[in-house]
Structures are given as C-alpha cells and as structure tokens.
Design a binder for this molecule. Structure first.
Ligand code: UDP
Length: 235
C-alpha cells in the first residue's frame, strides 16, 4: 500500500448528490462503501467532512447574522454530516469514532490528538467534526491541520472532478488535467486546490495532496494501491 495513514476530506456539498440541500442517502452510503474498502485494505483512515450542504459562515452577512455565529453554525453543520457518515459506516460494520473540535459530549468525543492517534492505530475510522473549532477557518484548513497533527501520509481531497485542470472543466471543454504539480506550480499558476491557509499548511509540512473524483467507485482503493493515474498529486 502506497499510503498507510490517510486524511480524507469530503465536502459537504458533495453529500447533497442531486439535491439542493442536505444529505443524499445514496451518496452517503456510496461514500461509506468506499471508505470501508479502504479500511479493508488496511489503511488508517481519518475523515474531515465539510458543512456546505447545510450552512456556511459566509452566508451569515446576507442573512443579517453575525459572522462568528455563522461560522459556529457551519461547524455544527459539519457535526451533523459527520454523525450521518459515522452511522452509515457503522451500518457497514466499520468501527468509528467521532472527535469534535467543539465540545458536544453527548454525541462525540472531544478532539484530543493522542486519542485520535490511538483510535487510528486500533484500526478505527476517525471522523473529525466541527473543523478546528474556531471561526474564520474552513474544513479544508481542518483537514490540513489534523493531517499534519496525526502524521498522515497524504491528504486526499475527494471532489466531483477528477483532479486539477488548467481551467474549470465544467465550463471549458479544452481544459486539461494535471497528473502532478509541485506546491510552487500551484502558487505560480494560481490554481484553486484548497484555500490558502489550508494549502500553505500542507506546503510547509511537505504533506502531499491528491485531488480526485470521490464519486467514481474504487478510486480510493486505486490511490492506496499506488495508481498514479487517479486524480492530481501536489507534492
Ligand atoms: N467552519 C469554521 N471553522 C472551521 C471549519 C468550518 O468556522 O474550522 C465553518 C465555516 O463557516 C464554513 C462552515 O463551517 O463555511 C462549513 O465548512 P466548509 O465551508 O469548509 O464546508 P465545505 O465547503 O467543505 O462543504
């Protein structure tokens, strides 16, 4: 296996599937299957899931709400998604632990690094909810930070596009996919991989990122097997 310990970042929006809002059960089950496959391969898996299918802090202004309040609402949205994913994984027979960046002790453990490491060593899938627990950050930043903290080998950013392109492939049919980019290339070409805070954290800690299509069955397994035709590697 090419990567032993992975941090999988899934966006909240991806969980909507074809819907306009909320959680598409079919998509949720599909993701649980993919993660189960990777766990059976022997990978140690941590997951960060966004909350954009429910709420984003950036919506607060237009609703006349306080931005910080909005960010906490967004963090709670990620906990809802994390709980849904936890339940779907457990239905698949996978042992999981949900660790939250803000204390919600009736439904999940608080985030404690050593505890997260122990869960991973024991083969449990660890889900990090509530981002990093602070406003003005995103779940991409949470993914990078937690990945560095738990000494993950790679951040796998699962999207609905199969990598990083020269232009938006959904708008420009001539867009070409990169198979490998350096961190510097991403800066110079001004490519949108993650927000800058998240990206810089990976760069400074030499943590590779793979952007790949999570909706294509088997992709997660292929990446773990070392198939470098899947997605775009930034290292
Ligand atoms: N958020 C935050 N701090 C964090 C992580 C998330 O304040 O550490 C809030 C922020 O408002 C964000 C929302 O939670 O907009 C949902 O996360 P995100 O937008 O990253 O979700 P995604 O785009 O991946 O669905």
């Amino acid at each position: 296996m090419k990567y032993k310990r992975i941090l999988l970042k899934l966006s909240g929006e991806a969980l909507m599937g074809e819907q306009q809002y909320g959680i598409d059960t079919k998509r949720l089950i599909q993701y649980a299957h993919e993660i189960k496959g990777a766990a059976e391969q022997g990978a140690e898996i941590a997951v960060v899931i966004g909350g954009g299918n429910i709420y984003r802090g950036s919506q607060a202004d237009s609703m006349g709400l306080d931005r910080v309040q909005g960010d906490y609402m967004g963090m709670l949205a990620t906990v809802i998604n994390s709980m849904a994913l936890q339940s779907a994984l457990e239905k698949e027979g996978i042992t999981t632990r949900l660790l939250s960046g803000i204390n919600i002790q009736q439904v999940c453990e608080p985030y404690i690094r050593r505890r997260a490491m122990r869960h991973l060593e024991k083969g449990r899938v660890v889900i990090f909810g509530a981002g990093i627990g602070s406003p003005y950050f995103t779940t991409d930043s949470a993914a990078s930070l937690r990945a560095v903290e738990i000494e993950a080998d790679v951040v796998l950013k699962g999207t609905r596009v199969d990598g990083i392109y020269t232009a938006d492939p959904e708008k420009n049919p001539d867009a070409v996919r990169f198979t490998h980019l350096t961190f510097q290339d991403v800066f110079e070409k001004n490519l949108n991989v993650m927000d800058m805070t998240a990206f810089t954290l990976c760069k400074e800690n030499d943590l590779p990122i793979i952007v790949f299509d999570m909706n294509r069955a088997g992709n997660l397994r292929r990446i773990l097997d070392g198939d470098d035709s899947v997605g775009t590697l930034v290292s």
